[in-house]
Design a protein around this ligand. Structure first.
Ligand SMILES: [Zn+2]
Length: 386
């Protein structure tokens, strides 16, 4: 086990603004991965600007760092990926047999304490913005669980929106926060060291503060914000997960959202060539040593399906699901349904997605799906909280 350095150049609490009036609590987190400091720099920039301009502000902005020890060393993580430890088994310590905590487990205790103190003191709904960058080049994008309220924040960011990552990655901070009912937005600001990544993150923070109602739009933007282009929404279709020691090497030159054809050579490992299983766009091809996700393939979701989801959720059609044969409520978890596999076969996951559910896991041959939810009364002026 490695020892985290005694000194870290970034404090856990980067700073805060506001807090004197009731209103939303926006928590920005930078550096969940230590080789991704752009979000930290952007949070510092926004705090400096807010303090120097003394802007009127509803609620509070709190800026926190993620993996401080890894940030100090400029690596993704020290002992284990900090953004995969937030599943309930880990948090409840069910598999915590080790005598000595990992560097990331210590970070988690500190970060969780900082978040819980802020949540206990808040005077309004909480909004989390988790800031990342990618090893590949390419334009920024947004990652959300598909609730209508998350969509509202995501569409303000003027970048493509990715749905379905939560079903691929276990134990992310974003999933943990979503399951607590908070608005939770992931933002990938560009390539790790690119100067535009800090700018993109800065713009994302101003946008979230405006959508949350903390700031007036004319204060957040020095000039009129550009007309919002209609940004595409894409869903994850394929995830290439790495196994230990498989010597994965991405073919050079892929950028985020680059189109690939079915059968195209994408990477190699010790078993041979890895080709695209279907046509689509590549996302987050891995060009660094640490990390277990080789690449993702995404595909655009048609506007029709996005609009249909809004209508079905407003009608609250999900209430009818337990009437279907083979679908029943989970005995202990209010937002979860248990689906028999014979139903799951024809009653495709897309229907559950439309109604605001995510695949949770397979358990004893049955599929568990859970409905995304937000705390009652969250931003009631907007969409219903589903
Ligand atoms: Zn990251």
């Amino acid at each position: 086990m490695s020892d985290p350095p005694a000194q870290s150049s970034f404090p856990r609490r980067l700073g805060s603004y506001g807090g004197d009036t009731a209103g939303p609590l926006v928590i920005g987190i930078g550096g969940m991965h230590g080789n991704e400091p752009a979000g930290v720099f952007a949070l510092q920039d926004v705090l400096r600007s807010l303090h120097s301009r003394r802007l009127p502000f509803r609620g509070k902005l709190l800026a926190l760092t993620g993996n401080r020890a890894a940030l100090a060393r400029g690596c993704r993580y020290i002992d284990e990926d900090f953004n995969r430890l937030w599943g309930s088994e880990r948090l409840e310590g069910e598999d915590g047999q080790r005598a000595e905590p990992t560097s990331e487990e210590q970070e988690q205790r500190e970060l969780l304490t900082a978040i819980e103190i802020a949540l206990a003191q808040r005077q309004g709904p909480a909004v989390f913005l988790d800031l990342h960058t990618t090893s590949a080049a390419g334009q920024p994008f947004v990652v959300i669980g598909d609730s209508l309220l998350n969509r509202r924040f995501a569409f303000g960011l003027q970048a493509p929106v990715i749905l379905g990552l939560e079903e691929q990655l276990e134990g992310t901070l974003l999933n943990y926060l979503s399951e607590q009912g908070h608005v939770s937005i992931g933002f990938e600001g560009g390539q790790h060291a690119s100067p535009s990544a800090v700018e993109n993150h800065t713009a994302a923070i101003w946008s979230v503060l405006t959508t949350a109602g903390c700031l007036q739009p004319q204060d957040a933007y020095e000039r009129t914000p550009p007309e919002q282009p209609v940004c595409p929404v894409l869903e994850i279709r394929y995830h290439h997960l790495l196994q230990a020691n498989d010597d994965f090497v991405m073919e050079p030159g892929f950028t985020n959202f680059q189109s690939v054809r079915r059968g195209q050579l994408l990477a190699r490992d010790r078993h041979g060539q890895i080709c695209a299983p279907e046509s689509g766009q590549i996302l987050m091809p891995l060009y660094q040593d640490q990390g277990a996700d080789g690449f993702f393939l995404v595909r655009t979701v048609r506007r029709f399906w996005l609009r249909l989801a809004v209508r079905l959720r407003r009608l609250r059609l999900e209430r009818l699901l337990p009437l279907l044969p083979g679908v029943r409520r989970h005995p202990d978890q209010a937002a979860t349904l248990v689906v028999e596999p014979r139903i799951a076969r024809w009653f495709v996951m897309e229907i559950f997605h439309l109604l605001g559910f995510r695949k949770k896991r397979q358990q004893a041959g049955k599929l568990l799906v859970s409905r995304r939810w937000h705390e009652p009364g969250t931003f009631e002026a907007g969409e219903p909280n589903r």
